[in-house]
Design a binder for this molecule. Structure first.
Ligand code: URA
Length: 432
């Protein structure tokens, strides 16, 4: 087989066989096929697309390029969730202890990632001592003991995806539905969970700008998972404003703790109940979504979910008094208000701009080696649908002095205020 023939075949719109896709992925992972040919191949896929079978084969080929987690030693159903990346998205911090409080195994491995704020792992590291570098053996032991672990990826999971993703990043080929679906699903399959819930974000602040593309991506990822024997759900959620109020590492962990105490923002709480219900039903803990949601509300009320977060923090070496006394988290030196200059109703909050402002303040990293400032970020005071008057505070900016003026301007401009009230729907569709 020659790589140039496969590039031409895809360029001309033909379907690639499993053997042909394996040839590309194996050859590239071993360094036998050069970047320039794979770049041309990726662009051909970007322009011509792939059918569902090709995308499944691509995911499987990337999955088999490295190690896979074997969670069979853990009894019972193992569940996991993945979000395609949202601003203010601290869902895992609430969802994982909530689901694990029913004895369901929540075994999650994440990469560090670049972005506006850190990923789930970075956020957890705002808790003093919290360790994300857990060996696969200890990961399994921890899940067996307390039903929950949130750790960094170890071993050599999906090396093909790592190489391909880096190449896509510099060749304008990231936003291709089959490439995104196979990339995400190869990693989710490698992490070994039996039931997976995907949170596919839709809107200006997300990879998928419209509901049709988001639905197509979600359906494709569910199909890939199903073909591999996993129980799949995808929740399509609106990213036309950040999730919850807080955007920034320690700020988001504090909001997650509030949510587990029953005082969280309604959008975040509802999303966690929705995703949690599907996972608990898939784990056969409840017969209906309604029963699962009621039981989760009860485990928030009786503090079982919060206590599970405390178990997690203790098991991974963190100082659990941060959870009972959130005043221990690092705080920024200064809090500056962003004020409204007109009356009306908030109609849209550009989530990407809010995320970018948080990054300017130091909450996220542009390069993997950048250091994150855990304390800084943005706390929204007004969300879509809220009434505002001139002089009202739209958002609070928690700053240690880095790029404050620029961030303030960006946050102010992120708010759109209209004369009529707008209602916003967080959950747009569910795919099972
Ligand atoms: N996240 C991933 O892991 N892969 C993609 O291709 C896009 C988002």
């Amino acid at each position: 087989m020659l790589m140039v023939d496969l590039i031409e075949k895809k360029r001309d719109g033909y379907t690639l066989s499993k053997e042909e896709i394996d040839f590309v992925i194996e050859g590239y992972t071993k360094g036998e096929i050069p970047d320039y040919q794979v770049s041309a191949f990726l662009m051909a896929v970007y322009l011509r697309g792939m059918n569902d079978e090709e995308a499944t084969n691509l995911a499987l080929s990337m999955l088999h390029s490295g190690d896979e987690m074997d969670l069979s030693m853990i009894e019972g159903v193992k569940v996991d969730k993945h979000s395609t990346g949202g601003v203010g998205d601290k869902t895992s911090l609430v969802l994982a202890p909530l689901v694990a409080s029913f004895g369901v195994n929540f075994a999650k491995m994440s990469g560090r990632g670049l972005g506006h704020t850190g990923g789930t792992l970075d956020k957890l590291e705002s808790i003093k001592g919290f360790n994300i570098a857990v060996s696969p053996k200890d990961f399994i032991e921890q899940v067996k003991k307390i039903n929950i672990a949130l750790v960094g990826q170890t071993g050599n999971l999906t090396p093909a995806d790592k190489k391909l993703y880096a190449l896509r990043d510099v060749t304008g080929t990231v936003s291709s539905i089959p490439l995104i679906a196979s990339s995400i699903m190869s990693k989710k399959l490698a992490s070994g969970a039996d039931a997976i819930c995907l949170d596919v974000k839709v809107g200006a602040g997300a990879f998928m700008k419209n509901i049709d593309d988001a639905r197509h991506l979600a359906q494709l990822m569910c199909q890939i998972g199903k073909n591999c024997g996993r129980k799949m759900t995808a929740v399509l959620t609106n990213m036309d404003e950040p999730l919850g109020f807080a955007v920034g590492n320690a700020l988001e962990v504090k909001e997650a703790i509030q949510t587990l105490n029953g005082n969280g923002p309604s959008d975040l709480t509802n999303l966690c109940l929705e995703i949690g219900a599907y996972l608990l039903v898939d784990a056969k803990k409840f017969d209906s979504l309604e029963a699962a949601k009621n039981a989760m509300l009860e485990n928030i009320k009786n503090k079982k979910a919060l206590n599970k977060l405390i178990d997690l923090v203790k098991a991974q070496g963190g100082d659990a008094t941060y959870i009972t006394d959130p005043s221990k988290f690092a705080v920024a030196k200064e809090v500056v208000e962003v004020k409204a200059n007109q009356d009306g109703f908030v109609s849209h909050i550009n989530a990407l701009a809010i995320g970018h402002a948080a990054m300017l303040l130091g909450a996220g990293r542009e390069k993997l080696e950048d250091k994150i400032d855990m304390a800084v970020g943005v706390v929204l005071n007004k969300k879509v649908g809220d009434k505002v008057k001139v002089g009202d505070t739209l958002a609070y900016v928690h700053t240690n002095g880095k790029n404050t003026e620029e961030a303030l301007k960006e946050i102010f401009e992120a708010y759109e205020i209209a004369s009529k009230e707008i209602t916003s729907n967080l959950i747009l569709d569910i795919i099972r």
